[in-house]
Design a protein around this ligand. Structure first.
Ligand code: ATP
Ligand code: MG
Length: 156
């Protein structure tokens, strides 16, 4: 159940967000969003993306999380109103150790591995992770997608 995974990830990062006086709001259109996935690995993906949203968004910023099923594709959307990603860097952020503007990110800490790990995990799940920033988008929007599974088949 994708919603349980997302809720757990939010709980784990709640303190970091509160320390920055950030507000995380979470909205789901459905009670049951079932996928075939390694629960811990999928939670890791959400944690990596959500921790970036917290890290690269200023104090008192906002993070909006939404889960839904669109044409049998389950989507987890994590949208922050932080510093965003320059379009020249966007194509490279899934590379191992790639970090936007070393001066900007040095003081924030990190290794530049979070998104490359997330991408590997999503590909192993027949899923996808995409990041959008710039043109018409406030901050950064991450969309994680997975094929939906009918609940009746999930326990087989
Ligand atoms: P790590 O996750 O290993 O601690 P990291 O956060 O620097 O380090 P990634 O999570 O792979 O590494 O992210 C790569 C780079 O993409 C970051 O250094 C940052 O510059 C940029 N980035 C990622 N998410 C966001 C975001 N939500 N807003 C702005 N920039 C982001
Ligand atoms: Mg990171």
């Amino acid at each position: 159940n994708v919603n349980e995974i997302v809720e757990n990830a939010i709980l784990k990062l709640d303190v970091s967000a509160k320390n920055k006086k950030q507000q995380i709001d979470y909205h789901t259109s459905e009670e049951d969003l079932t996928v075939f996935a390694d629960i811990d690995k999928l939670e890791q993906v959400v944690l990596n993306v959500l921790s970036n949203a917290i890290k690269y968004t200023a104090e008192a910023g906002k993070i909006h999380i939404e889960t839904k099923n669109e044409n049998d594709v389950v989507k987890i959307i994590i949208h922050d109103n932080g510093i965003g990603i320059p379009s020249k860097d966007l194509p490279r952020i899934f590379e191992r150790f790639y970090r936007v503007d070393k001066a900007r990110t040095r003081e924030l800490g990190g290794t530049g591995l979070g998104l490359s790990i997330a991408k590997q995990i999503m590909e192993a799940h027949d899923g996808k992770i995409e990041l959008f920033s710039g043109e018409g988008i406030t901050g950064t929007k991450a969309i994680i997608t997975l094929p939906a599974v009918e609940k009746a088949f999930a326990s087989v």
